[in-house]
Design a protein around this ligand. Structure first.
Ligand code: NAP
Length: 253
């Protein structure tokens, strides 16, 4: 008797933005381990990710692009498709700027909104046009945040962008669910990556955050892979528009 694994991504091709480090790198490796070919998109070298994906038995292609503007989007799609149809898009690239709301600058507002929200939307639109054109559909996984649910402090553009991304996830799911594209998001809790370096360096904030996480530890990037594989797989074919927390229980508190 053959047993079909609904999480198997063999034969699928996944684009992961911001794949050189942190959560994007861990997601790239997890998708490869599940059988997908991975295309990493980012502005920095992705050699380390290529090595890790190869060690996981997968194939990796790097597309160098800066997502601060929409300029590279057509090229990203074209280069990603050189190796075959793109079935999965993981919008992971994101930045954060910290300052009190009262002092927050327009530059810190625009930079974060451009990468986290604007480029994410238009990259998704570009890949979705391809997914809809041949009728085979696909999976979109947005990397949201606890700041998609909560306010936070000192990160106004980040909270606005991630709350916006949760809304966008729901809107796109409503428009595309019947057309075979699943759009969902993951809301990571507090993970050990470059994004949270400043928080972990501040002894008081670090202790306050740790004390509130029911799991009693910061997330390790490897904790995120399973959720990404799930939402990229056939197991999630009837899952649309959710924002799935992977947060050590933070939101349950
Ligand atoms: P990270 O290590 O700072 O990774 C961010 C990634 O985004 C890097 O690959 C970075 O590339 C890429 N990126 C940023 N600006 C870009 C641009 N203009 N063009 C192309 N790529 C760009 O932090 P991370 O924690 O892994 O973050 C990944 C995602 O998870 C982000 O969306 C973040 O908001 C989200 N998140 C993280 C946490 C957490 O606790 N760590 C919690 C909730 C949500 P470079 O290395 O070249 O800058």
């Amino acid at each position: 008797m053959s047993v079909v694994n609904p999480f198997d991504l063999s034969g699928r091709r996944a684009v992961v933005t911001g794949a050189n480090t942190g959560l994007g790198q861990a997601i790239a490796v997890a998708l490869a381990r599940a059988g997908a070919g991975v295309v990493g998109v980012g502005r920095s070298a992705m050699d380390e990710t290529a090595t890790l994906v190869a060690a996981a038995g997968g194939s990796f292609t790097a597309v160098r692009a800066d997502l601060a503007t929409l300029k590279p989007i057509d090229r990203i799609v074209a280069e990603a498709e050189i190796g075959g149809r793109v079935d999965i898009l993981v919008n992971n690239a994101g930045i954060i700027r910290r300052a009190d709301a009262i002092d927050f600058t327009e530059e810190d507002w625009d930079e974060v909104m451009d990468v986290n929200l604007k480029s994410t939307f238009f990259l998704t639109q570009a890949f979705a046009r391809r997914m809809l054109a041949d009728g085979k559909g696909g999976k979109v996984v947005n990397i949201a945040s606890l700041l998609s649910f909560q306010g936070g402090i000192r990160i106004p553009s980040y909270t606005a962008s991630k709350s916006g991304l949760a809304g966008l996830t729901r809107l796109l799911a409503c428009e595309w669910a019947a057309k075979g594209i699943n759009v969902n998001a993951i809301a990571p809790g507090y993970f050990v990556t470059n994004n949270t370096e400043a928080l972990r360096a501040d002894a008081d904030r670090n202790a306050a955050i740790l004390g509130r996480i029911p799991a009693g530890r910061w997330g390790d990037p490897t904790d995120i892979g399973g959720a990404a594989v799930f939402l990229s797989s056939r197991a999630a074919d009837y899952v649309h528009g959710i924002v799935l927390p992977v947060d050590g229980g933070w939101l349950a508190r």
